[in-house]
Design a protein around this ligand. Sequence first.
Ligand code: GTP
Ligand code: MG
Ligand code: ZN
Length: 313
Amino acid sequence: MIEGTILGGTNNVFDVEESDGLIRSCIIKGKILKGVEGYYNPLAPGDRVVVDPDELDEHRGRIISLVPRKNHFVRLNQKGNSPQLLAANLDLLVIVTTPDEPPFRPRFVDRALIQCNAEHITPLVLLNKSDLTIDPDVHERLSDWQRIGHSVLLVSSQTGEGIPELENMLYGKLSAFVGQSGVGKSSLINTLNGSLNLRVGSLSQKYGKGAHTTTKGMLFHVGSNDEKGSMDIIDTPGVRRFVLHDIPAADLALYFPEMEKIVGTCSWGASCSHIHEPGCKILEAVYAGVIHEQRYESWLRIREEIETGSLTD
Ligand SMILES: Nc1nc2c(ncn2[C@@H]2O[C@H](COP(=O)(O)OP(=O)(O)OP(=O)(O)O)[C@@H](O)[C@H]2O)c(=O)[nH]1
Ligand SMILES: [Mg+2]
Ligand SMILES: [Zn+2]
């Protein structure tokens, strides 16, 4: 038996890489892998698995078991109505966004941040396409994420701005790039390693939306350096939104760092809905600017989504 890392694959056949770099095409032994029941897909890039090698073909094998995950990043697959794994065992989740083309979507970032918090994954908010005009509203949200304790970086895969700083944050880690289609996840990976040549797509002229160019998640060894270690990145297909599925509405505020500290102190205690009650410390904090109005708005909307199961933006 040997252990390896999932680089990518479909639901049936996965590429598993061993420590010496050998890649085997593997199927799962039996129909179901223990520990992954109920998921849309059983394995994701970054997963560690135990493989039974094929004696006759060194490029084939069978996956016997899953090594327990350090963490995993999931989104709800609405068609399958089950959680879909995007990546596993991450050191960093890079939430890629843009000032425009496609339009800036702060609520997307807020949802991804909540998911990171719930899974204990360190996030990085990355604004790509810094060569485009950046609206003051965008700057304001970026500084607010920074204010509440998140790392924020502005880069352009086109001009190279911020790329050395980004590299510094990625070396020695396994990261995943997530974001809407067209924000430039694959372009950024190409900028970090000129020989990968990942497919990139153009935006629709009419709607300014991405074309869903990347269709499968895949782990790439993007760089390595004697001093800094290796830079491994999982490119993921663009997602329109993250639907939170494993966080009870009543607990949502605990995943907002700037709300978490205050949430228990309202005059009405735990029964406060933080919407209209007198003596609500959350509302007071919103008026005082300790909680950004738009973060409060995010919290309201996301809570409603969880409660009603229907989606807002
Ligand atoms: N202006 C500008 N355009 C960029 C930049 N980075 C990428 N683009 C463009 O954005 C478009 C989409 O890039 P992709 O790398 O395919 O985006 P993606 O996030 O991988 O998209 P999906 O694979 O569909 O999820 C392409 O036309 C790129 O040329 C940038 O820094 N500035
Ligand atoms: Mg892509
Ligand atoms: Zn309250």
